[in-house]
Design a protein around this ligand. Sequence first.
Ligand code: FCB
Length: 453
Amino acid sequence: MSHGFPASFQWGVATSAYQIEGAVAEDGRTPSIWDTFCRVPGAIDGGDNGDVACDHYHRMPADVALIKSLGVDTYRFSVSWPRVQPGGRGPVNPAGLAFYDRLTDELLGAGLNPWVTLYHWDLPQELEDAGGWPARDTAYRFADYAMLVFDKLSDRVDAWTTLNEPWCSAWLGYFEGVHAPGRRSFDDAIAAVHHLLLGHGLATQRMRAAATRDHTFGITLNMGQADPATDSPLDVAAARRADGMGTRIYLDPLHKGAYPADVVADLAARGTSLPIRDGDLDIISTPLDVLGVNFYFGQDFSGTSPAGSETDEAGRPVVREVPIPDRPRTAMGWPVTPERFTKLLVRLHRDYPGLPLIVTENGAAFDDPPPADGTVADLDRLDYLRTHIAAVADARAQGADVRGYFAWSLMDNFEWAYGYAKRFGIVHVDYETQQRTLKQSAQWYRDLISRSR
Ligand code: FCB
């Protein structure tokens, strides 16, 4: 035991398919909603897209060697649905699936534990054309696709995450329209929430039924720890609403088999409801072995507008994020709040008992200095990782059952609507040459891991 972490604690690095692979039209892959969205003028900073990204599809063995050099236990990657099942339905594409087969073998050969995420936002475009996540059928298509991957890799892969951050898929993709597919409909977003959860449940049930040995099945949620800006009843109510729509609308059905009554009432007040059918909640609440937690920053909420009003133009209660005072900010403008990370983990342990936790993403974008002397002096990122890993140790000391930590991200990559402008990597990528350079944060992380053994 060192720094409060037992030898069994899993240290890792994480990526996702569209953000690093490139090779978007190779070996039978068809477009996902992100390929399409990147073509919408103005959707992505700099007009960037994932066509080449980190060229990981062609550099995978060298990248696995890079991961091994960090001394981590595990690598979290995602599988590209349109690579494995072009168009999102029908038979498997053996050439596409073969990439993940080779990646799995390469990882195992390097002594690394593969941690698979089945869906990190790259829905096949044809399924969006047929209605996307607001359409119930997409949940069934997802479970079919999950089984194609599970059949091939489950003899070697233990850890399976169904969805990454369904809040982003539903909210950013279908309500705010800043992520693919770029729709702006509250009702579509709410339908997407339910069908994402249904897809998770269907896939988990089918994988578990087909398993011939022990696996770890989970889902990853992004949670910000929504706090009231003051203890006024209005701010407390705003934080409750934000927490309901951000966290409890996912975790309550997953862990307790019911949507939270206050969220259902809030939706009814907006004239909307979740499209629940008989039996859905039994499927969604199929037991989880682990909850993946992605944490970047905490948020404070106010229940009044800047002008002091309690309702917005549509007469709805104000839920306004307000700056947390006196915090450094990352290049994303996100406040640095490690103590909220501890608070979130302890709260999850208290409110959802018996659910082991694993940090599937944590990290930060900063405007790093350029590479010099064979490294990058990314001291802000190093400090972010140091204080947030300490926050995990604090949560563990308070009883939270946190079993591992993945740094986001292994390397700089395509940061969605921000394109390549925002760098989250602990490894620097030169996009002209595709050269990888360990930043000081990567060296520090490697040393921390080796000391904790
Ligand atoms: C998370 C995503 C991940 C990355 C980080 C910065 O929401 O899961 O792909 O973009 O944010």
